[in-house]
Write a protein that binds this ligand. Structure first.
Ligand SMILES: [Zn+2]
Length: 409
């Protein structure tokens, strides 16, 4: 009899335990390995990245906005990191070069979104370049939301005693070694909820050697640095009730002629890549996602709520989970603006327009609902006589994702 009672008690508590523990705690890490062209990452043996892709996916991606369009963006490093952080192109975030002169912090970085959640979110930046935290994220700046990053390692490039300049910038490689090891250690011991790891050396290797055995060799070593972080994630998942998303990408490709330069709009400079361990959606598989899609994907994985006015301005969209529409284009045709898109559902899409861009100054725009469509229709015709202007912002709000597009007449 006693035995039976114990069995009942055991089953009872067993059920409680499984009911409370089945939602694993979610964590995310995104890594930028600077300036590795897609054709190189595809050609070189990268067992860690292959293992990540096997669990989730790999795709070629792009940077540079719309070539020749309003969102055209230089394929310059800091410009592209900020495309990732803010899910917008340069016409919005306003970082035009590595000098980072006047970022427009009204377009929130993913760190500001993370720090503004109701729940406590522990953030981390492990970066071979300090400006990523101090200028792009703008830690501690009132205009960037006065946020605090919980775990940080950066600024080693300024420590000329520990990392004196070396031939071929190998001091930067040593910094990447330290950053990747320390990031792995931080994951193992502190498990921050969201972490950005930035590795610099491949950009130096490209500028000096271009396409070369040297570049190939260090691309393979980059995979070994990522392996440290991937192993730490696997350790956490095996020993703690957590599940992790990892996203690995690069900020730009390189010139086709010799692989040394970048900044322009050539196909090799614009073409990047994304690896993730999370099952991607049809959009990821069918289209070529952009660097702007990474933050919305991490936000979705982490179940972050994004303030609406911020989300209306984001150019990117999640490459995981359900989505309705992508690749929105606008074409002026006399009195009409014709909006077209790719579709993944037949959900209703509410279409809003604004003729102001007050958001740029941190103010609200008077979004007006101008119509509705089904995602599957892939088209909406807007009659401009109802709202005369030389400038329009459109916001296409589906059930599962949004898209935005600017039009100048
Ligand atoms: Zn770069």
């Amino acid at each position: 009899m006693k035995q039976v009672n114990w069995l009942i008690i055991f089953i009872f508590f067993g059920c409680c335990l499984s009911a409370t523990s089945h939602a694993k705690k979610k964590k995310a890490v995104f890594i930028i390995a600077d300036g590795i062209p897609a054709d190189v990452i595809e050609r070189i043996q990268t067992p860690t990245l292959d293992e990540i892709a096997k669990k989730g996916g790999y795709t070629r991606a792009y940077v540079g906005g719309e070539a020749g369009g309003i969102t055209e963006t230089p394929t310059i490093s800091a410009v592209c990191y900020n495309n990732l952080l803010t899910a917008t192109w340069v016409n919005k975030h306003n970082v035009w070069g590595n000098g980072i002169e006047a970022p427009n912090y009204n377009y929130w970085s993913i760190f500001r979104i993370a720090e503004n959640q109701k729940k406590d979110v522990k953030t981390a930046i492990f970066s071979s370049w300090e400006d990523n935290r101090t200028k792009l994220v703008g830690e501690g700046k009132p205009e960037a939301g006065n946020i605090k990053i919980d775990y940080v390692l950066d600024g080693l490039e300024l420590d000329k005693k520990a990392y004196p300049d070396e031939k071929h910038s190998l001091n930067i490689f040593k910094i990447d070694e330290k950053i990747s090891s320390a990031a792995a250690e931080c994951i193992k011991t502190n498990a921050p909820d969201m972490m950005w790891v930035y590795l610099w050396f491949m950009d130096c290797a490209g500028h000096e050697f271009g396409d070369s055995p040297f570049f190939d060799k260090y691309t393979a070593l980059t995979d070994k640095q990522i392996a440290r972080i991937w192993e730490a994630i696997k350790y956490r998942e095996a020993n703690f009730d957590e599940e992790w998303m990892i996203v690995v990408t690069t900020d730009h490709g390189r010139t086709a002629s010799n692989g040394k330069g970048h900044g322009g709009q050539s196909e090799r400079e614009r073409t990047t890549w994304i690896y993730t361990n999370v099952q991607p959606n049809t959009y990821f598989k069918q289209q070529q996602p952009g660097i702007i899609d990474i933050a919305p994907s991490v936000c979705r994985y982490m179940n972050f709520s994004i303030p609406q006015e911020i989300q209306y301005e984001q150019e990117g969209m999640p490459f995981i989970g359900k989505v309705d529409l992508s690749n929105v284009k606008a074409q002026v045709n006399g009195k009409q603006i014709i909006l077209t898109w790719e579709s993944y559902s037949n959900s209703p899409v509410q279409i809003y327009a604004a003729t102001t861009n007050n958001f740029k100054e941190g103010k609200l725009d008077g979004w007006k609902k101008v119509g509705k469509a089904k995602a599957g229709e892939k088209k909406f015709v807007f009659d401009t006589s109802a709202m005369e202007s030389s400038f329009y912002k459109f916001s296409l709000r589906g059930k599962n994702n949004m898209q935005t597009v600017w039009v100048k007449k």
